[in-house]
Design a protein around this ligand. Structure first.
Ligand SMILES: Cc1cc2nc3c(=O)[nH]c(=O)nc-3n(C[C@H](O)[C@H](O)[C@H](O)COP(=O)(O)OP(=O)(O)OC[C@H]3O[C@@H](n4cnc5c(N)ncnc54)[C@H](O)[C@@H]3O)c2cc1C
Length: 437
């Protein structure tokens, strides 16, 4: 019988332990609270929600709604705890955070196959870990410094990051193709980038709006973010009127075929996937509030009616370059038997973190019974998230679950219908996958 050590009793750690127990595998969770708290945690219970009490939309026409459905089908304890502690929040799944954490903690304490030790693990060679067959690191985006140093010495410091810098993504169907043009710098034949040309006047208005926009305040432990070499677009705008035009909005080499001239400034959109069903706004990492992002970025020529599949953010966030350091089982390439789950893998969000714990617990539990589970296909929410962790790219950044991670639909339809189609396709595909297990 296998025994697994789980470092961190957060959303991913608890979900992994639960799924292992469902597969008759014993685990021990090592949780550093209450001896030590990260700068955002304060409740000694497990599964603490450090900020919002919402798991976002419940609707099956959103990526997160689809993920909730799939996790519920797979017997997620996090979903059980959420549904048992719901508070009214319209179309969102919001919870009483104390009730939620207490439910999850109870689920761990009451399960004879799960043990809980209140202890910080500083080193993966800690003698307490010797008796275990495998280790799951689920210590979250604010994992303790000593463990982060230890992990970084194993995977290489260039593969462990401490901040994310996420730019918004728009769906390709919602881009006004009459206003934009293909081409990368000096290569008009390239179709990796779409270019949104701005006149001087459009640029000046856009710049002014950015200066006046409302941003999310950085917490004390997040203040150093800007020194990491990735400046939010609104901070760049505040450095001077032309700073963006000499930076990410530089028009050099991007001649507009419609006018034969270089525009005053250009916002570049880079393809997010091979089907080119989604594009990110290059250099637009931002801390602006979500409604402000939608309002101001819709002023970019070609994005007037943009459907934002994901909005930008910048956070303190410990995560690995998953496509480089993890194999398809979420195991470290550098050290067999050590697995990662939760936000640290490069997913973003409470449920996304729990979903990776669920998948890891389920697949390690399956192995214990001689079963090898193939991950669900990319057109399901869980499959799309796992694919994101396998997608090698120059600047790997965490992602929440959104339809931009799913394969394109290859159908022309209105925005609302496209969302329904994504939800329906995911439902069928997930059912087929389950039948094949
Ligand atoms: C400040 C902040 C706000 C966020 N707000 C939101 C939000 O509003 N909505 C959202 O969807 N997502 C949010 N996230 C992102 C993310 O979804 C959550 O952080 C989520 O809790 C991650 O789940 P996890 O299981 O990976 O880690 P966590 O839930 O953080 O669990 C990790 C656990 O590991 C423990 N631990 C750490 N180091 C050690 C160690 N060395 N030994 C033993 N135990 C250890 C911690 O005490 C913690 O209990 C936020 C993240 C941060 C940092």
């Amino acid at each position: 019988m296998k025994k697994i050590a789980i470092i961190g009793g957060g959303l991913a750690g608890c979900e992994a332990a639960w799924q292992l127990a469902r597969n008759k595998v014993e685990s021990t969770i090592f949780e550093m609270k209450p001896q030590k708290y990260s700068p955002a945690h304060e409740n000694p219970d497990l599964g603490e929600l450090v900020c919002s009490n919402s798991f976002r939309s419940r609707e099956a026409t959103t990526g997160i709604g689809v993920l909730q459905r799939e996790m519920t089908i797979l017997g997620s304890l996090v979903m059980k705890a959420a549904l048992a502690n719901m508070v009214p929040a319209g179309k969102a799944l919001a919870v009483d955070r104390h009730g939620f954490a207490s439910y999850l903690t109870g689920g761990m304490l009451d399960n004879p196959l799960i043990s809980l030790k209140r202890k910080e693990i500083k080193d993966l060679d800690d003698p307490e870990l010797e008796d275990f067959d495998s280790i799951i690191i689920a210590a979250g985006p604010l994992m303790s410094d000593s463990l982060a140093e230890n992990l970084s010495s194993i995977i290489g410091e260039q593969s462990l990051y401490f901040y994310d810098a996420i730019a918004p993504i728009v769906s390709s169907e919602s881009i006004n193709m009459d206003r934009v043009y293909w081409g990368s710098r000096y290569r008009p034949e390239d179709d990796d980038y779409l270019n949104c040309p701005m006149s001087r006047e459009e640029y000046q208005i856009f710049h002014k709006e950015l200066l006046n926009a409302e941003a999310v305040q950085a917490r004390d432990f997040e203040k150093e973010i800007h020194f990491q070499g990735c400046m939010p677009i609104e901070v760049m705008a505040s450095r001077g009127e032309m700073t963006m035009a000499f930076g990410p909005l530089k028009p050099v080499g991007l001649v507009n075929p419609k006018t034969g001239k270089e525009p005053f400034a250009v916002v570049q959109l880079r393809a997010e996937n091979l089907e080119k069903s989604a594009f990110n706004l290059v250099g637009f990492q931002t801390r602006l509030k979500y409604p402000e992002q939608q309002r101001i970025f819709s002023m970019i020529p070609g994005l007037e009616k943009a459907d934002f599949l994901r909005l930008g953010s910048m956070h303190r966030n410990t995560f690995v370059n998953a496509p480089l350091v993890l194999n398809s089982k979420l195991e470290l390439n550098a050290r067999a038997g050590i697995y990662l789950a939760g936000q640290i893998t490069g997913v973003e969000g409470y449920l996304e973190s729990a979903a990776t714990g669920l998948w890891l617990g389920m697949s390690l539990g399956g192995e214990n019974r001689g079963r090898q589970y193939v991950p669900p296909p990319q057109d399901t929410a869980l499959g799309a998230l796992l694919c994101h962790l396998r997608k090698e790219e120059k600047n790997f950044q965490p992602s929440n679950v959104n339809f931009g991670l799913f394969p394109g639909l290859n159908i022309r339809a209105k925005k609302a219908r496209r969302k329904e189609l994504h939800g329906e396709r995911a439902e069928n595909s997930f059912r087929n996958w389950q039948d094949s297990l």
